[in-house]
Design a protein around this ligand. Structure first.
Ligand SMILES: [Mn+2]
Length: 222
């Protein structure tokens, strides 16, 4: 069995399928995990959702998944929230027909997945407080450390000890592919958001083979 971890898909359904093909994903043999932020922004969230339904996929919650969950709960409660952002309006319109399956699935998605060999999170952990001291907001959206509130600045994983368990994350398309290794060559930080939805690549890491797989975006970005 292999462990395949895919970075932020953001509605890039065709590229998700391309990537699974290139990785040689076999749903009977391989374990598939996602870094979160699977549906928002991109062209084909329903294709992503259908593909996930055909596989035994595990995932951690991203900041965009969390916001979608809030809106879906509003719809289910008969109190839909007013939306100004046209991207959000479009996404909700596309996924509302599948709300019956999507809402309970998304509601059960954890903030982190802890395995003896790796820790999977969407954005990261608080590098000084560790996994136990990481807040919900940090799991969903941490980027810089010390926090700057913006995109520029040193990343949280720059402050990680190489002795820590391998941590795999997404969320940081501006930071690109992250690959940090110990002196013995083994990885301790892997970042997989390579901005497919912005016209770049969709990336995956295959744990047992210690290698990356990438496919190009099919569009010039959104
Ligand atoms: Mn994100």
């Amino acid at each position: 069995m292999r462990t395949i971890i895919v970075g932020d898909i953001h509605g890039c359904g065709a590229e998700f399928e391309d990537l699974l093909d290139v990785a040689g994903y076999d749903s009977n043999e391989d374990r598939l995990l996602l870094t979160g932020d699977i549906l928002s922004k991109g062209p084909d969230p329903i294709r992503v959702w259908e593909r996930i339904g055909q596989t035994r996929t595990e995932m951690v919650l991203g900041n965009h998944d969390d916001r979608l969950l809030t809106h879906l709960r509003g719809i289910a409660d008969g109190q839909p929230r007013k939306l100004k952002n046209q991207d959000h309006v479009r996404l909700l319109k596309l996924v509302t027909p599948v709300i019956e399956g999507l809402l309970p699935w998304l509601g059960g998605i954890p903030l982190f997945i802890s395995d003896p060999k790796f820790l999977l999170v969407h954005a990261g952990i608080n590098p000084s407080k560790g996994l136990e001291g990481t807040s919900r907001d940090e799991f969903l959206a941490i980027r810089t450390w010390p926090p700057t509130g913006g995109i520029e600045g040193p990343r949280w994983h720059d402050s990680l000890s190489p002795d820590s368990r391998l941590i795999i994350f997404g969320h940081d398309a501006p930071g690109g592919l992250v690959e940090k290794r110990r002196p013995d060559g083994s990885p301790y930080a892997i970042g997989l958001d390579t901005g497919c939805v912005y016209g770049n690549q969709l990336s995956a890491y295959i744990l047992e083979e210690d290698r990356f797989v990438q496919v190009e975006s099919r569009s010039a970005g959104t």
